[in-house]
Design a protein around this ligand. Structure first.
Ligand code: DGT
Ligand code: MG
Ligand code: MG
Ligand code: MG
Ligand code: MG
Length: 258
């Protein structure tokens, strides 16, 4: 059939196919969650409900796009990593990022009530999204380490900040002033000596963030246990663990070599 005379406009579209052989990382981040978390009464510095809702959204995205081999989340952000060899959406960056970020956002609204049964959702939340390609194992691991280090640095700072404000009655400015120029060991010491808090005993989810991976798990509740043991199901498992060192990666070799 003859093409319409309008067909040529298609050629204006840009080819945004991601370079082959690279891991495709989609990082999403809540827009102005400073305001959103205040407006919705998030607990400071960490709100369990908000973090669990973020995890639920990431799990929903992973179940839809099963080429995502690992996802890492902290605060209002999530990084979702498509396997190196993915052909999802012909590796088109705009398709990948828009589908991931819209499913994440709609899930955030869809599941809101499950996690905040007594807090009305006051306005529609927004998330931005970007695509970053990593060509080597080292680059990908360094990326993941960067996000987890960010989680640690922010959480240590925020924990100190809110102790100074909530327990010592400092103003935000005074707390900021007090923490200005301190290094990690100073902050640990402050928490320990002034607030009787051992930072390392805080919940792992706050200090390490959340790591979602596919694992073969035997469901012990399943009636056909024996058969199940032979054919374990692929399930998403949430870890709050270190992903900077080698241990996690050697326990999950399939993430890096697919
Ligand atoms: P952006 O991303 O440039 O649009 O602006 P924000 O405000 O989203 O800034 P960002 O993403 O750098 O920082 C995340 C904000 O979200 C930060 O102000 C604290 C807030 N937030 C995230 N998780 C929690 C939480 O569990 N509790 C509370 N109270 N706030 C949180
Ligand atoms: Mg930001
Ligand atoms: Mg944000
Ligand atoms: Mg953020
Ligand atoms: Mg269509």
């Amino acid at each position: 059939m003859a093409k319409s005379k309008y067909e040529y406009v298609k050629k204006f579209e840009q080819n945004d196919q991601c370079l082959m052989n690279c891991w495709i990382v989609i990082r999403i981040d809540g827009r102005n969650f400073h305001r959103f978390s205040d407006g919705h009464g998030f607990e400071k510095p960490n709100d369990q409900r908000a973090l669990q809702l973020m995890n639920k959204c990431a799990e929903t995205v992973m179940k839809e796009f099963t080429d995502i081999v690992i996802a890492y989340g902290q605060s209002d952000e999530y990084s979702l990593v498509f396997k190196r060899s993915t052909t999802q959406f012909s590796r088109r960056a705009s398709k990948l990022v828009t589908n991931v970020v819209t499913l994440f956002s709609s899930s955030y609204v869809f599941y809101w009530n499950q996690f905040f049964p007594t807090q009305e959702l006051l306005y529609p939340p927004m998330f931005d999204g970007r695509v970053v390609l990593y060509p080597s194992e080292k680059n990908l691991r360094d990326y993941m380490s960067w996000r987890q280090a960010d989680c640690h640095i922010n959480n240590l700072y925020n924990t100190c900040f809110w102790c100074l404000v909530k327990q010592s009655g400092l103003t935000a400015e005074e707390a900021e002033e007090r923490l200005n120029g301190t290094v990690s060991s100073d902050k640990n010491e402050l928490l320990f000596s002034v607030f009787n808090m051992n930072y390392n005993n805080l919940p792992q989810i706050y200090r390490k963030g959340s790591v979602l991976v596919w694992e073969r798990v035997c469901d012990i509740n399943d009636k056909v246990q024996e058969e199940n043991a032979r054919k374990p199901k692929r399930q998403i498992v949430v870890h709050h663990t270190d992903i900077v060192g080698d241990t996690f990666w050697s326990e999950h070799p399939e993430i890096l070599d697919n």
